[in-house]
Structure formats: structure tokens, C-alpha cells
Ligand binder design. Structure first.
Ligand code: SF4
Length: 334
């Protein structure tokens, strides 16, 4: 099947630092599958990062490299997918501007994350025009490539519903320019970090893909387990063990079920159980580390790949914007 006959997928990640196991389990594994079947556009969404992190933005170039290097090392293939940097395709901004003018303000004011994020991150000044418009920019990111499929976790499904509503409004006002993007609901496993809370860079509890084997070993070996297991002879409940969230995401089912049984019947110690997930992760990540080291030694490769992706993305985005301008009546006549 050639690229033209494939459905278009759009997804993105904010460049907030190196990627961790949560990104692998929640998005990247799925992206690797999608690139086999669809024409995928994967974007490093630095304008989105700016909308919430504009007060501390000095690491943006370094973080952009980290994300792109992680993507390439895990197997995203620039020959199959378009890997690009959002701010290098200005058409996103033009479409965002136009969409922002047709969206009734209450549609944005009722987005739950707008208030939630302000409550959760009181140190950041997020009561801004740009942050309120975050879902509009997300819609522009999708529509500019006429993406038909958008993989989202449950927590993002509200944003996609809003994107669909905006699409319908645009099409009603100016004609059927955009396909209505469909949700591809993806299971995002809840992964615990080293302190038992949700794995997140901002909690400082993440296990990064680029962490070397000894660091992974140390981080997991010192993780808390089910509190019932004070001694090896105490039976545990794997569903309440933070480490077992890693087993659920990465250890094959049969092995995992057998470990769970051994935990419940106190036939295995936590160190032995942890060793299984450590070994599995080292096995999964060994080829990743090899490519990652090569890319770190020659960083220009990564920038060149992004540059090519930017050009491909621009070609599609420009075409779409021509149609949009023409539908609205902004096209210049010669
Ligand atoms: S045996 Fe495994 S699942 Fe059970 S508490 Fe220990 S680490 Fe967790």
C-alpha cells in the first residue's frame, strides 16, 4: 500500500526532557505499530510546551534532541513516518489563528484540564490566552494534515471530542474541507515510578529509556513493593505493588501470571520478582541504547532527520492551507 492510500495518523509529544518507561508503554509501542499500517505524522510539539513552560524554557533545544533521539532509537522510522518539529511548520499557527476566531469561548472555558492544570501547578502562571487556546492549537495540528485517526488515551478523549466539534463547525461554515478525525482509543497502562506515585518527570521518580542498565537495576531494586510483604513468608497482592505495574506493562503474560501466583502464595521473594522485570527491560532496551549512543556521538544526524521531516510536513500543510484560504475566501487571485 503506498503512503497516499493509507489513512493519516497524527500524534505528538511535548519536549520536556528524555522519555521514560511511561512514554514507551503508553504511546511509543503503539506508534511503532501504527507506522506499519498508517501514514503517520509524529510531531515534537514545542509550541505546546511553550504554552505551559514559557517561564523556564532554556532547555528546549536539548529536550527536543532528547525526544527525537529517543524516538529514533526506539524504532520510529523516518522513511515510514514523518518526524518533525511543530514550530518549523508555520501553517499550524495560521490555522490555529483562523480556528480561534470561529470557536465560541465557552467551548474552551469548559475544558476540564484548563482549570485542573492551574490547580495542580500553582507555581506556573497558566491563566493565559495561549493556554486557554491549547486545544485549538491541537485541533490545528490534526487538521493541517487532514488526519483521520488520532491515538489518544482516555484522559485526552475530551480534547479530541472538542477537535471533532471544531471540525464540524468549520466544515459547516466553509464547506467540507476537513475529515472529522476519529479517536483511536489506546490503553495507557498506569506505571508507578520509583516512589510508588505515577511515573512522571515532574515527580523525579521516572525510569528513563536512556538510563543505563546499572541505573535501571538500582532504581527498580530500591522500589517499594506491596507493604504486606515484610518478610518473604508474607503473601502479597501484586495488584497493589508498584513494581508489578512494570511487570504488567513489560513482562509477557504467562511469566507475569506465574509471578503473581508466587507472590500471593509467598513462594517468591521481591528481589527475585524484581529481577525478572529488570532483565526484561534490559533485553528490550539493549538495541535502543546502541542506537542512542550512536546518535549522541553524531547529533547532527538527528537534526538532519528532523529537518527532512519538517520539509515533508510543510509540503502537506501548505497544500491544506491553500484549500483553507480558498474555502474562506482569502485566496489571492492572479
Ligand atoms: S513479589 Fe513481586 S509483585 Fe509481589 S510484592 Fe514483591 S515485587 Fe511486588
Amino acid at each position: 500500500m503506498n503512503q497516499k492510500s493509507k489513512k493519516v495518523v497524527l500524534s505528538g509529544m511535548r519536549p520536556t526532557g528524555p522519555l521514560h518507561l511511561g512514554h514507551l508503554a503508553g504511546a511509543l509501542r503503539n506508534w511503532l505499530d501504527l507506522q506499519k499500517k498508517y501514514h503517520c505524522f509524529y510531531s515534537i510539539v514545542n509550541w505546546h510546551a511553550f504554552s505551559s513552560d514559557y517561564q523556564q524554557f532554556s532547555h528546549i533545544r536539548e529536550y527536543t534532541f532528547e525526544v527525537a533521539a529517543d524516538w529514533l532509537s526506539i524504532g520510529l522510522d523516518p522513511e515510514k513516518s514523518v518526524l518533525f518539529l511543530q514550530s518549523q511548520v508555520k501553517e499550524h499557527a495560521e490555522l490555529h489563528l483562523l480556528l480561534s476566531m470561529i470557536i465560541p469561548l465557552p467551548w474552551l472555558q469548559r475544558v476540564p484540564t484548563f482549570k485542573e492544570m492551574q490547580r495542580e501547578l500553582p507555581d506556573k502562571e497558566l491563566n493565559t490566552y495561549g493556554f486557554l487556546g491549547y486545544p485549538v492549537l491541537q485541533t490545528a495540528d490534526i487538521l493541517i494534515y487532514k488526519a483521520q485517526v488520532v491515538p489518544v488515551g482516555e484522559d485526552q478523549s475530551y480534547h479530541l471530542e472538542l477537535a471533532r466539534e471544531i471540525t464540524r463547525r468549520f466544515n459547516r461554515l466553509f464547506g467540507e474541507v476537513f475529515p472529522e478525525p476519529q479517536t483511536l482509543l489506546t490503553e495507557v497502562p498506569k506505571l508507578a515510578g520509583t516512589d510508588g506515585r505515577k511515573m512522571s518527570k515532574s515527580y523525579g521518580n521516572a525510569i528513563y529509556l536512556k538510563d543505563p542498565p546499572d541505573v535501571i537495576r538500582k532504581k527498580i531494586s530500591t522500589m517499594k513493593t506491596d507493604i504486606r510483604r515484610k518478610r518473604k513468608s508474607d503473601p502479597g497482592v501484586p495488584e497493589e505493588c508498584p513494581v508489578f505495574t512494570l511487570h504488567k506493562a513489560f513482562v509477557p503474560r504467562e511469566k507475569r501470571d506465574s509471578l503473581a501466583r508466587s507472590c500471593r502464595t509467598a513462594q517468591i521473594g521481591c528481589l527475585e520478582c524484581k529481577k525478572v522485570v529488570i532483565d526484561t527491560l534490559i533485553h528490550i532496551l539493549t538495541p535502543f541504547w546502541k542506537t542512542r549512543r550512536q546518535l549522541e556521538q553524531d547529533q547532527s544526524q538527528v537534526w538532519k532527520i528532523l529537518d527532512k521531516g519538517n520539509q515533508k510536513a510543510r509540503t502537506t500543510a501548505r497544500k491544506t492551507m491553500e484549500e483553507v484560504r480558498s474555502a474562506i475566501g482569502f485566496a489571492m487571485k492572479s
